[in-house]
Design a protein around this ligand. Structure first.
Ligand code: NIG
Ligand code: ZN
Length: 431
């Protein structure tokens, strides 16, 4: 049990357990409680959920009425700061070996993402390194990243495989996520992304067949036996010259048939019609969408599929920004992800929110909703995570500023602002 006290602002986002995402204008009217004498407090109960919030005095009365001995509860003095929900990163590729710093130089010199990949670099380079690495080494490397993510305020993470492309290495990556989710306080929603690229020496058809007939059945078997409970989503890099619409749809549907949520890369580099196809098959979420068509926008707004936008990638690859404003106006739930991977080496969701504001013209409240409640919704957790409300999981980030907006405003300086990170009612980072 834990009590946060001396809070100036509690940024709840929403104040109930029912609202699972915010759309349109509602993304700008987030619920914030403020108190001039900074006497606000939050109680995290024994099950790691938000038990109560309000002024400290109100809280104490409530707890005494429940015969809870307040003196034995750990108190955290927030010194007049603010608190926001734990950040949710809706899209990452965090399990890999090696780096691609040399490719950054090539891209700065003018090479495009697909040119690097066609020359054997990009995902192929990382796949080779990841195949060669041991599971232990991958786990050690991922733990370093995961700890940095927690320090940056991320408490729930979508994390993909996709640098194995063969059965052995894909399962190895998923097992790393499985072990990490047991060892670390970072909550992980794992994604099988065996269709991240067509492996060297194979074809789109052969890789599609391998995924549907061999790897997915193995994942299903390991899920049923309890060995791979971390896998919740299926992903495909649905892109011209990689996995076209037909194979992408087949793979996503096969994943859905074993209970995975379709959550995939769509319309990043070409307007392929991925958004239309995803809406048609009932995808939960689609990422990137820089090249989405107006028809795709309409289709997504009808089905309520989440658009997971990735500002660091658009920035690094100098892509046309996705039409975030049109998406919000059309009522599409917009979420954010860091897309942390060897091409876009940024894991800080505060930085991602800043980029979303400047590059995609989102407001600060919209960016925060996208990096909390709406990202949680894209991972099937819209009713339990992503907001500070009684009954929800107590995932929170304590800031040392009266106004929460400092976390976005101070570009690249989130470490100056974040004091504590709380996951399930436990302090998992303290400055
Ligand atoms: N576009 C496909 N996949 C990743 C990049 C992965 C990589 O380049 O290693 C993305 O979302 O940006
Ligand atoms: Zn990605």
């Amino acid at each position: 049990m834990l009590i946060l006290y001396n809070l100036h602002q509690i940024v709840q986002i929403v104040d109930d357990e029912e609202m699972e995402c915010l759309r349109g204008d509602a993304m700008n009217s987030i619920k914030i409680i403020e108190c001039e004498n900074s006497s606000l407090a939050i109680f995290c109960d024994i099950s790691g959920k938000i038990g109560a919030l309000g002024t400290y005095q109100e809280l104490i009365k409530k707890l005494e009425n429940l015969y809870i001995d307040v003196s034995i509860i750990k108190h955290v003095d927030c010194k007049g700061g603010s608190v926001i929900p734990g950040l949710v990163d809706g899209h990452t590729h965090p399990v890999f070996a090696g780096d691609r710093v040399h490719e950054f130089a090539m891209k700065l010199a003018g090479a495009t993402y697909m040119e690097v990949q066609k020359a054997g670099g990009g995902i192929h380079f990382t796949t080779q390194k990841t195949r060669e690495a041991s599971e232990d080494q991958l786990l050690k490397d991922f733990e370093v990243i995961a700890k940095e993510m927690l320090k940056s305020g991320t408490t729930l993470l979508e994390a993909k495989s996709g640098y194995g492309l063969d059965m052995e290495t894909e399962i190895k990556q998923l097992q790393v996520l499985q072990s990490a989710s047991k060892r670390l306080p970072l909550e992980i929603s794992g994604t099988f992304c065996g269709a991240h690229a067509v492996p060297k020496g194979s074809t789109e058809e052969a890789q599609t067949k391998l995924i549907i007939e061999t790897i997915l059945p193995e994942i299903e078997h390991m899920q049923k036996s309890g060995e791979l409970t971390v896998v919740e989503n299926i992903d495909v890099f649905c892109e011209k010259g990689v996995f076209e619409l037909e194979s992408s749809q087949k793979i996503l549907e096969a994943g859905k048939n074993i209970g995975l949520r379709a959550n995939f890369h769509a319309d990043e580099l070409h307007p392929l019609g991925g958004a239309e196809m995803g809406a048609k098959i009932g995808a939960t979420a689609m990422s990137h969408l820089e090249e989405i068509s107006d028809e795709g926008l309409q289709a997504m707004s009808k089905t309520g599929t989440v658009a997971v936008l990735l500002p660091s990638t658009a920035y690094i690859l100098r892509l046309t920004p996705p039409p975030a404003r049109k998406m919000i106006t059309a009522g599409i739930p917009v979420a954010l992800g860091s897309d942390f991977n060897p091409n876009a080496y940024c894991l800080s969701m505060p930085t991602i929110m800043h980029l979303a504001c400047v590059l995609f013209r989102m407001s600060m409240p919209e960016a925060l909703v996208a990096a909390t409640l709406n990202a949680a919704f894209s991972l099937g957790r819209g009713k339990t995570h992503g907001a500070i409300a009684v009954g929800r999981v107590a995932d929170m980030v304590v800031l040392n500023t009266k106004k929460w907006e400092h976390l976005i405003y101070r570009f690249g300086c989130h470490h100056m602002v974040i004091e504590q990170v709380i996951k399930g009612g436990q302090i998992v980072f303290s400055k």
